[in-house]
Design a protein around this ligand. Structure first.
Ligand SMILES: Nc1ncnc2c1ncn2[C@@H]1O[C@H](COP(=O)(O)OP(=O)(O)OP(=O)(O)O)[C@@H](O)[C@H]1O
Length: 266
């Protein structure tokens, strides 16, 4: 029997992220100026740019860890400047973040780390929380033997997987990844790329992924946004970017390291 009183599901916005005219500054240093960026539902977006161009600052600003000095940010249909506490909680529930260093709690086990968002955001019984955490750990390809290890006992690749499992704990619609393959060997990085692509397809995730890894762009990204000159200078497919005339993009895709990835993908 269906529950007639069940609320209709929220109508999901098509745009998961909408940034307009963003101004980001630290003191008198301007990091972003007039930056626009959209991420559509279901899209896997790579975010690239030279070191220090403000990719992490952009991620932090979108998720609310940094206040913008100007412009507007809409996240999952909510205007960041005008968030009620219910809206903020809604955003937290519907987004997952894998920070660059994993940001795991060092004193907690793998299982406790992955369970922590469920403990914080749900009123589920403990046994259910740990069952769900075990599922997420399996989903990212870690064995049950890892459950009681502490972060210091894990390899870099395992720590990334635990961070990903924790980011997925609340079944987010939108996933933020800050250099997920940095520090992994090429085989580990390729396996991680595969994992993210499968998860995004199977779970219908939208993904905002900062990366320096050209192979990841070719392997998993629908579109790539390029940060340069304090803004997003292009958002396009990798194939379109290969034909760009922008000097940094040309060097990035067609320089000595770019050519190798292009050949591998061909
Ligand atoms: N809290 C802060 N206070 C002052 N300046 C900051 C702060 N956080 C970042 N910056 C500066 O903002 C600029 C952009 O930093 P960000 O970490 O976003 O770069 P990035 O593009 O992610 O670089 P990378 O590819 O090297 O990780 C840098 O010059 C950095 O020094």
């Amino acid at each position: 029997m269906t529950d007639a009183a069940a609320p209709a599901p929220d109508k999901a916005p098509e745009k998961m992220i909408e940034v307009r005219g963003l101004l980001s500054q630290f003191g008198d240093r301007t990091i972003h100026e007039n930056l626009d960026l959209d991420l559509d539902r279901g899209e896997v977006l790579g975010v690239v740019g030279g070191s220090g161009t403000g990719k992490t600052v952009l991620l932090n600003t979108i998720i609310g860890l940094k206040q913008p000095e100007g412009g507007t940010i809409r996240l999952l249909g909510h205007d960041r400047a005008d968030l009620s506490s219910a809206d903020a909680a809604d955003i937290e529930r519907r987004t997952g973040v894998l920070f660059q260093q994993g940001a795991l709690f060092s004193s907690l086990s793998v299982l406790e780390n992955v369970a922590s968002p469920l403990v914080e955001h749900t009123k589920l019984p403990k046994s259910t929380i740990y069952e769900l955490a075990e599922l997420k750990i399996a989903m990212v390809g870690l064995q049950p033997e890892s459950h009681y290890l502490k972060p210091a006992e894990l390899s870099g690749g395992m720590r990334k997987r635990v961070g990903l499992a924790r980011a997925l704990a609340l079944d987010p619609e939108l996933l933020f990844l800050d250099e997920p393959t940095a520090g992994l060997d090429p085989i580990g990085a390729a396996a991680f790329d595969d994992l993210i692509r499968h998860l995004s397809d199977d779970l219908d995730l939208s993904v905002f992924m900062i990366t320096h890894d050209l192979d990841s762009l070719y392997a998993i990204c629908d579109k790539v946004a390029v940060l340069a000159d304090k803004r997003v200078v292009e958002k396009a497919t990798v194939q379109e970017l290969e034909r760009s005339e922008h000097p940094w993009i040309k060097e990035y895709f067609l320089g000595p390291r770019g050519r190798a990835a292009t050949k591998t993908a061909a």
